[in-house]
Design a protein around this ligand. Structure first.
Ligand code: KG4
Ligand code: ZN
Length: 361
C-alpha cells in the first residue's frame, strides 16, 4: 500500500509517500519533502498564524509535486495510479495552516477518486517511531551497552509514550494501535514552548529549543538549581511556566554575558529533561510497559535522549527506549503517513474537516 501524506498543521508544509504491507512492523519512506516558513518566524521571534498560512499556500503544491515526481512510474502510468490513499493532518494546529492541507487533500481525493485517511497530528508524532531505520536503545537481556543496535525491531505493547512538542507535552499509555490512553499532560506551557520562551529572553534565535541545546553544550548544568515543578506529584501532569519565571529572574540579576547564557541554557535544559524523564519512567513502571517511545520536536534533544538511556540503564529497568531519527521528531508528512497506515480508517472526502482543537479522546 502506498500513501500520499500531507502535513500542514503549523509552519512546515510537508508531503511524503510511504509504503507498507499488511504485516510490516514499520513503514518505508519513498519520498518526503518539507518546506518551512521558520526563517520568517525567526524574524518575529515566534509564529504569526497568518504568515504561516500564507506560506503554506505557496508551498503546498510544489512539495506534493516533488514527492510524486520522485517515485518511479511503472509503464508510464499516471502517478496517482500507484497511490492507494491520501493521509492528511486534520488537527490540532493553526486553522489557516490546517485548511491548506485539508482542502488540498480533499481536492486530490475528489479528482483522483482516492479515499482520505484523517490523522491527529499528535498521534502522527508517535508514529515517527514506526518508520524504518529508527533507533532502539536495547536494555533487554542486560547487555546494557548494546546501544541502538536493532533499528527495525518490533515495538512491544503496552508502550509508554512521551510527546514533547512546541504545543504539547503529554504522557500516554499505548495499549495497541487502536487504544491510546492519556495519562497526563502539561497544565500550562509545553516543554518546547518553555524552551522557546526562555530562548527568547536569553536573546537566542528562534526556535529556542535547538539553540538552547547548542548554548548548553558549553554551560554548567549545575550552575543554577531551577525548580522542577510537579516532579514528585502523584499524577502524570507537568508544569513549565514557573521555570520561565525563574529563568527570567536569573537573567534580570545579571548583565548576561556569554557564560551566563550558556549556564542558564544548560541549567534550564537539565531541569526540563529531569522532569520529563522522571515522570515517564514512573508511568512506565506503574503500567509495566514493554517499550518507551519518545516523540515530538523536543525528542530531538540529545541531552534528553542520552539521559533517558543512562537513567534506564542505572535503574536496570530493561525497557527498550525508542526514539525517532532526529529529522522525524519535528513536523513531517512521513509520520502522518505512518499513522494513517497503522491506525487509519478510509473516509470519503465529504466527511473530512479540520479540527484545530483536536486532542486525545
Ligand atoms: O513537534 P514540533 O516540530 O512542532 C509542534 O508540533 O509543536 O516541535 C517544535 C518544538 C519547538 O518548541 C522547538 O523549540 C522544539 O520542538 N525543539 C527542540 C529541539 N528541536 C526542536 N527542543 C529542544 N531541543 C531540540 N534539539
Ligand atoms: Zn508537531
Amino acid at each position: 500500500m502506498k500513501i500520499l501524506a500531507i502535513e500542514t498543521s503549523c509552519d512546515e508544509t510537508s508531503a511524503a509517500i510511504i509504503e507498507a504491507k499488511k504485516d510490516d512492523l514499520k513503514v518505508k519512506i519513498l519520498a518526503n519533502f518539507t518546506a518551512s516558513s521558520l526563517s520568517l518566524h525567526a524574524k518575529t521571534g515566534g509564529i504569526i498564524p497568518e504568515t504561516a498560512a500564507r506560506e503554506q499556500i505557496k508551498y503546498i503544491l510544489p512539495v506534493i509535486e516533488k514527492a510524486l515526481n520522485s517515485i518511479p512510474r511503472i509503464n508510464n502510468q499516471n502517478i496517482e495510479e500507484s497511490i492507494d490513499a491520501i493521509a492528511v493532518t486534520i488537527g490540532p494546529g493553526l486553522i489557516g495552516s490546517l485548511l491548506v492541507g485539508v482542502k488540498t487533500a480533499k481536492t486530490l481525493s475528489y479528482v483522483w477518486n482516492k479515499p482520505i485517511i484523517q490523522v491527529n497530528h499528535l498521534i502522527g508524532h508517535i508514529y515517527a517511531n514506526f518508520i524504518r531505520g529508527n533507533s532502539k536503545f536495547e536494555t533487554r537481556n542486560s547487555k546494557l551497552n548494546t546501544k541502538r543496535s536493532k533499528p527495525d525491531t518490533d515495538i512491544e505493547f503496552p508502550a509508554t509514550v512521551l510527546i514533547v512538542s512546541g504545543g504539547h507535552t503529554d504522557l500516554l499509555l499505548m495499549k495497541n494501535h487502536e487504544k491510546i490512553i492519556w495519562l497526563g499532560g502539561t497544565r500550562d506551557d509545553a516543554a518546547g514552548e518553555a524552551f522557546d520562551k526562555i530562548g527568547r529572553i536569553l536573546n537566542l534565535p528562534y526556535p529556542g529549543g535547538p539553540n538552547i541545546e547548542i548554548a548548553a553544550l558549553k554551560g554548567n548544568e549545575n550552575a543554577i538549581n531551577f525548580p522542577r515543578p510537579l516532579i514528585k506529584s502523584d499524577d502524570f501532569d507537568f508544569s513549565f511556566s514557573g521555570l520561565k519565571t525563574a529563568a527570567l529572574r536569573e537573567i534580570q540579576k545579571r548583565k548576561l554575558n556569554v557564560k551566563d547564557v550558556e549556564d542558564i541554557s544548560a541549567s534550564v535544559q537539565k531541569a526540563i529533561v529531569d522532569v520529563l524523564i522522571k515522570k515517564t519512567l514512573k508511568a512506565a513502571q506503574k503500567y509495566n510497559t514493554k517499550s518507551i517511545l519518545l516523540a515530538g520536536g523536543v525528542a530531538a534533544n540529545q541531552k534528553l535522549r542520552d539521559q533517558f538511556e543512562s537513567e534506564i540503564r542505572n535503574l536496570k529497568l530493561e525497557i527498550p527506549l525508542f526514539v525517532p531519527q532526529k529529522w522525524l521528531c519535528t513536523d513531517n508528512a512521513a509520520m502522518i503517513g505512518a499513522a494513517a497506515f497503522f491506525t487509519g480508517k478510509k473516509t470519503p472526502w465529504r466527511k473530512i474537516a479540520t479540527n484545530p482543537e483536536l486532542y486525545f479522546n
